[in-house]
Design a protein around this ligand. Structure first.
Ligand SMILES: [Zn+2]
Ligand SMILES: [Zn+2]
Length: 237
């Protein structure tokens, strides 16, 4: 084995035995850190927006019923899970990827079994080919692939992103929608299917809504969303 490979493997083994959050030796995530994560408990039953109440529908969903059936998310997008999601999203750190994929897969499996969802297929929120080329991967696709394997739900590529929309950060809701419109294209039939759309973080639901509309217009039976985290409202305005 070349020296460098040996050193990399040794380093990976060493890091694999440290908690992702506090760095203590032991499990990949220690019990204390795991329990202390910002688990999403009090959120809108429809779009998973943290609303501080155990049950209910947020103001946005009351004003306008979303085109997706509901959204399942693990965490509120805040410290310290935000940092680990960024490590996965921008640096593809393998310990972060492994932990996040595993947690989302478990949540979807639980939901699919007990929520009687019986998804026919899951699909990632697509990224533009140029973005994929620059980053080397689409993190939503990586998540969807792992969830698909774990839950034995087929993975399909039903939507393509055909127009570059640039970064959506810092844009208001209206500007985001305008920017996103016409940027996605349907690439296969989805009629009669119960679909699960997978993304890493759902900030506003504008992207998910546009894709859901497109899938429902193409005859899908239902579209639900799954994400690692949901951004609290005060961070999106
Ligand atoms: Zn820890
Ligand atoms: Zn809502």
């Amino acid at each position: 084995m070349p020296k460098l490979d040996w050193a990399t493997n040794a380093l990976n083994t060493l890091l694999a035995n440290r908690c992702l959050f506090c760095g203590r030796n032991g499990d990949a995530v220690c019990r204390g850190c795991f329990q202390g994560l910002p688990w999403l408990e009090h959120c809108c039953q429809r779009c998973a927006l943290p609303i501080g109440a155990k049950e209910g529908i947020c103001g946005h969903c009351q004003k306008q019923t979303p085109p997706f059936q509901h959204c399942i998310s693990l965490w509120s997008y805040e410290f310290p899970i935000d940092k680990v999601i960024q490590d996965f999203k921008y640096q593809y750190k393998s310990a972060a990827k492994q932990f996040l994929c595993q947690q989302l897969a478990k949540l979807v499996a639980q939901h699919n079994k007990h929520g009687n969802s019986n998804f026919d297929a899951l699909l990632p929120v697509p990224s533009h080919p140029l973005k994929r080329l620059l980053r080397g991967y689409n993190q939503a696709h990586v998540l969807a692939r792992e969830v698909s394997r774990y839950c034995s739900i087929p993975l399909i590529q039903a939507v393509k992103k055909s127009r570059w929309t640039g970064s959506q950060q810092g844009l208001g809701r209206k500007a985001r929608l305008q920017n996103l419109r016409n940027s996605f294209q349907l690439s296969r039939p989805v009629a009669g299917m119960k679909l699960l759309l997978v993304d890493d973080v759902i900030t506003t639901t504008s992207t998910a809504s546009i894709i859901s509309h497109m899938l429902m217009d193409a005859g899908a039976e239902s579209v639900s969303l799954a994400s690692l985290a949901r951004t609290p409202q005060h961070m999106t305005t």
